[in-house]
Design a protein around this ligand. Structure first.
Ligand code: VGL
Ligand code: ZN
Length: 255
């Protein structure tokens, strides 16, 4: 006779849903081999490719996607590389919302090699690509939105539409775009993890890891994530109403 105990029943309903997404941050030519190459970034291409083989519900790549005169470029201001200025959002005529901005070498300019995903990265595994930093006057380290929250990218919608619960982040730079994206992922309500061995940073202090831990971001390893993903029970096909299409931007009904 089919029997289910009360404790089993409670457990069944209590299991927290696990719908993980992998977001690969800015693994582009300029950040790996080009004008703003992050030290040792080539070393994370293979670990990221391995993670892209795992059964995440959605795999997304972000791209820094700047116009040639972007506000974050030192060349635009005739200032020294890596010096700092204060920038304001375009509508802030009273200059009340200033933020400190590092001035970078020109990088990830639309239409150049630098903006492309780095050679060797299995970018065909991405279901969607999210671009950021398109507005000439607005910097956007986070793949979710700009720092003044004027606009969001498609990322929050892509994750919410698929019922994502857990976000896993890898890529560059740990102390800029990965950190800002992780902070926003928490604010958007996702259980947020950064996979430490698949991230490289511009700075050498390691301060970003302490900051992220303080903000409820879990720092994990590829090995831990691989183990967790291998325990995910595949959803029974007959129970699944939808699956992702080949380019992921649209859902397709299963026949
Ligand atoms: C980034 C500096 C400038 C990043 C983007 O991807 O971390 N860093 N733009
Ligand atoms: Zn940039």
């Amino acid at each position: 006779m089919f029997k289910i105990t009360l404790s089993k029943l409670v457990k069944l309903f209590k299991t927290t849903p696990f719908k993980p997404a992998l977001v690969v941050i800015d693994m582009q030519h300029d950040f790996v081999h080009g004008s703003l190459a992050v030290a040792d970034a080539p070393a994370i291409i293979e670990p990221i490719n391995k993670l892209l083989e795992l059964p995440f519900v959605i795999k997304i790549g972000s791209k820094d996607f700047h116009p040639p005169d972007h506000i974050s470029f030192a060349s635009k201001h005739n200032k020294d590389l890596f010096s700092k200025i204060t920038i304001y959002p375009p509508e802030d005529v009273k200059q009340e919302k200033g933020l400190e901005q590092v001035l970078w070498p020109d990088h990830c300019v639309q239409g150049t090699l630098g903006v492309e995903f780095v050679e060797g990265l299995n970018d065909e595994a991405f279901h969607a690509v999210v671009q950021k930093g398109l507005h000439p006057g607005i910097e956007s380290y986070s793949a979710f939105r700009d720092p003044w929250h004027i606009e969001t990218t498609e990322l929050p919608g892509l994750l919410k539409d698929r019922g994502i619960t857990h976000v896993y982040l890898v890529g560059v730079a740990g102390d800029y775009c990965v950190k800002s994206t992780a902070v926003d992922a928490v604010e958007f309500g996702f259980k947020t993890h950064v996979i430490r061995d698949a991230v490289r940073s511009v700075g050498k202090t390691g301060e970003e890891w302490k900051e992220m831990k303080k903000k409820k971001i879990q720092i994990v390893t590829s090995a831990q994530v691989t183990k967790r993903l291998s325990q995910v029970k595949p959803v029974r096909r007959s129970w699944r109403l939808f699956r992702f299409g080949p380019c992921g931007s649209q859902m397709q009904a299963i026949q």
